[in-house]
Design a protein around this ligand. Structure first.
Ligand SMILES: Cc1ncc(COP(=O)(O)O)c(C=O)c1O
Ligand SMILES: [Zn+2]
Length: 413
């Protein structure tokens, strides 16, 4: 059994029963899961967690699900890698990459969908659905397949091929909407009001978003039960960013880590940076934008958790950085060429942002720094086509030597 007390409005505090609802009837504020932390404190310890499986379910006491109902896809406990080569280039001695691109459907979204789909099964929904910028579609489709549910995934029609194929293969109904993510989301909110479908990021959102907290727990455990000094996190709706912060606070409050003075830095792409712009302007009110970025997974112009992201930045003394569009692919290349990790455009945004933060002195050389790499490069191959140039040759020694010389000359010019 979970330790959930109720759902609670983030704005006015009104409490609601645990149901597939997501907005407050009184003030339209978003609902959040509230836990009985005293009962969690009685059962949780480093030892109890260590006895759990090597997946995100080792932290089930801090998740809003009945773990018996959860699908076991093997999500979580992804590598935390001491990035000595990249750190060397950026002057960071204690840089770690949280490589969450190796989850079952190759993004961190498996964490939130694992949580939401367990809840959808508890609530006895037959249909799992989502509004997606790409990665969520693949994850919802895979979880729906495993659960034997009908699955409907909605996404902007101009999505990368790898994301569409990577969702369709699981047998989901794919709905390519002629519009941007914010329009897809509006359509899905209307559908959620009129159909008994579990939209993981709409009517299941309070439960869904809690899954991202496991990215805080895992990093703290992998660092030997301590909080990082700095986190660099990609931002779209802002949910992941705020939930990593919430997860670190929970660990502190439960006495599982000593103190948490982590600085939370959000990275957004130049072509869709509403949260970073609000931060720069010094206002908590995030003005919606029309996205135009190669980082399609982060292309949310009207971020649901924008206001709370600014609050997290303020509470943690962090910041938000903007990755110029022409540096996103450079970021992807830099991580691949130094650490052997091939990330998607969202990861390029993180590495570009990380470099900016290191150069500006916002991150000190000995800060324990964690850069969250949340998606896999094989899904956004279009983005890097212009920078990959094979040597073409016939299968003859002489031709190879000539082609190689021409290739090397071309590179040095
Ligand atoms: C790879 C990747 N990283 C990060 C994010 C940001 O997630 P959030 O909407 O929680 O800010 C997304 C969102 O789709 C994503 O696909
Ligand atoms: Zn309210």
């Amino acid at each position: 059994m979970s330790h959930v007390k109720c759902l609670r409005c983030r704005e006015c505090g009104t409490e609601y029963p645990v149901e597939p609802i997501y907005v407050c009837d009184f003030c339209f504020g978003p609902l959040e899961v509230a836990y009985d932390y005293d009962s969690i404190a009685r059962v949780i310890s480093h030892e109890s967690i260590a006895k759990g499986p090597l997946t995100m379910w080792r932290y089930h006491d801090l998740l809003p699900v009945d773990v018996e109902m959860a699908l076991d896809m093997g999500t979580g406990f992804t590598p935390l890698i001491h990035a000595k080569n990249l750190g060397g280039k950026l002057g960071l001695n204690k840089l770690y990459i949280k490589n969450d691109s190796v989850n079952p459907t190759f993004s961190f979204k498996d964490r939130v969908v694992a949580t939401a789909s367990a809840k959808a099964l508890e609530f006895e929904f037959d249909t799992l659905a989502c509004a997606s910028t790409g990665n969520l579609a693949g994850s919802v489709s895979a979880h729906g397949a495993k659960a034997g549910m009908d699955t409907m995934v909605f996404f902007p029609a101009d999505l990368e091929r790898g994301k569409i194929l990577g969702a369709g293969i699981y047998g989901a109904t794919l709905v390519a909407v002629e519009g941007n993510y914010d329009q897809v989301n509006r359509l899905c909110s209307e559908l959620a009001d009129n159909h008994r479908w579990a939209f993981v990021n709409i009517n299941m959102r309070p439960f869904y978003s809690e899954g991202s907290k496991t990215l805080a727990y895992e990093v703290a455990e992998q660092l030997g039960w301590r909080a990082p000094d700095v986190c660099v996190v990609p931002g779209a709706s802002g949910s992941l960013f705020t939930k990593i912060w919430k997860g670190l606070k929970e660990l502190t409050d439960l006495g599982l880590i000593e103190k948490n003075d982590t600085r939370m830095h959000m990275a957004q792409a130049e072509g869709c940076s509403p949260i970073a712009r609000a931060y720069e302007e010094g206002t908590p009110h995030v003005r919606p934008v029309t996205p135009n970025t190669i980082a399609k997974s982060l292309a949310i112009g009207n971020p649901a958790d924008g206001f709370y992201s600014i609050q997290t930045i303020q509470d943690s003394h962090g910041s938000a950085v903007i990755a110029p569009e022409d540096e996103i692919v450079e970021g992807i290349q830099l991580l691949a060429e130094t650490e052997g990790i091939f990330t998607e455009t969202a990861g390029g945004v993180v590495i570009s942002g990380l470099r900016k933060l290191a150069l500006s002195g916002a991150i000190k050389p000995d800060d324990v720094t964690v850069a969250y790499i949340t998606g896999n490069g094989l899904k956004t191959q279009e983005a890097i086509e212009g920078v990959i140039n094979p040597v073409f040759t016939s299968p003859s020694y002489n031709d190879f030597m000539e082609s190689m010389a021409a290739h090397t000359n071309g590179k040095s010019q």
